[in-house]
Design a protein around this ligand. Structure first.
Ligand code: AKB
Length: 317
């Protein structure tokens, strides 16, 4: 178990990443140090829990102060597809939530804050391949616009108040424990779930839509590594690119077919195609590797095998 001082507060802990990251942090720092929060009080029993609406500035400030929080993992956010359906709500949660968390963190000395940004901060004018950290960032979704703002507001709090803010741009994250909610890369999990359940799948993106992705164990490893990196090692702060591999829906379909030859996918792109068309195919993650040792272990085929095994027993060979 790692030594951590004070409490570690997680917002959005009931989401796809939050559910698993909370377990990882409880193992690492101990149950009594972790407070898992979400808009409704999380049902988990392995740590302290509380209901917390990040859009309520006083509630955020109070819990940070009252509990002696020294690390905040701010996951509460509205993702790309849902954000296009409810742009005002996405603005409120993503922008006001981030401001409230930053301001609560800055009001107490020595607090460290982690939040995930996204490949959604890029836009149609961004080069598509091996995208560097510094490039054209003109997102067209509410999710992308608000997350780019979060990156820049985080940098502002670092420069102006010395707040130890850290963030990375996550690609699509594939996992089996908790379904994602409202993302564009969710098709990959839906496809794997359908295959594991013995069903065929209708994909909402075109078969050739290539996007950067990562398997959950590598995402958890990356978040913990960035969280624990010495502050002095960080040249960048809130905008590290990270990815494991790129694939398009037909690559995933073919990979599933190697295990489950009867599986088939039909393609019926919807409005989420427009979002995916503005995102890059691959990212340059070298700054993350250099500054805090980012690496991803799983390949696409290892991930597919592990997903199918965990979602349903694999067919006999
Ligand atoms: C989404 O699809 O909105 C997210 C993301 C790539 O940030 N998974």
């Amino acid at each position: 178990m790692q030594q951590a001082h004070g409490k570690l507060l997680i917002t959005g802990s009931s989401g796809q990443i939050g559910t698993e990251l909370t377990g990882t942090l409880v193992e690492r720092y101990g149950a009594d140090r972790v407070i898992a929060t979400d808009i409704s009080k999380p049902g988990r029993k392995d740590c302290n829990t509380a209901a917390l609406d990040v859009t309520e500035a006083d509630s955020v400030k109070n819990i940070v102060k009252k509990e002696g929080v020294t690390t905040i993992v701010h996951l509460a956010a509205i993702l790309s597809a849902k954000g296009e359906k409810t742009p005002d709500f996405a603005f409120d949660v993503n922008v006001n939530g981030m401001r409230n968390v930053l301001s609560a963190a800055a009001a107490v000395s020595g607090v460290k804050l982690f939040f995930p940004s996204t490949i959604g901060i890029f836009g149609a004018d961004t080069p598509r391949d091996n995208v560097p950290i510094e490039t054209i960032t003109r997102p067209t979704t509410m999710y992308g616009i608000t997350k780019l703002f979060c990156e820049q507001l985080g940098e502002y709090y670092f420069r102006r108040y010395g707040l130890d803010v850290r963030g990375l741009r996550l690609p699509g994250i594939v996992s089996y424990k908790t379904p994602p909610g409202g993302g564009t890369t969710d098709y990959s999990i839906e496809m794997l779930r359908a295959a594991a359940g013995g069903e065929n799948y209708t994909c909402f993106l075109k078969k050739e839509t290539m996007l950067p992705m990562m398997y959950m164990p590598d995402a958890l490893g990356a978040i913990v590594k960035l969280l624990e990196a010495p502050s002095s090692a960080l040249v960048h702060r809130t905008n590290f690119n990270v990815m494991a591999f790129s694939f398009c829906p037909s690559d995933l379909e073919n990979e599933i077919r190697k295990i489950n030859p009867g599986f088939s996918v039909s393609y019926a792109p919807d409005e989420r195609q427009e979002i995916a068309d503005t995102w890059p195919r691959s990212l340059d993650s070298s700054a993350a590797a250099r500054e805090w040792g980012f690496s991803a272990k799983y390949t696409l085929s290892e991930m597919v095998r592990d997903m199918l095994m965990n979602l349903a027993p694999l067919p006999e060979k």
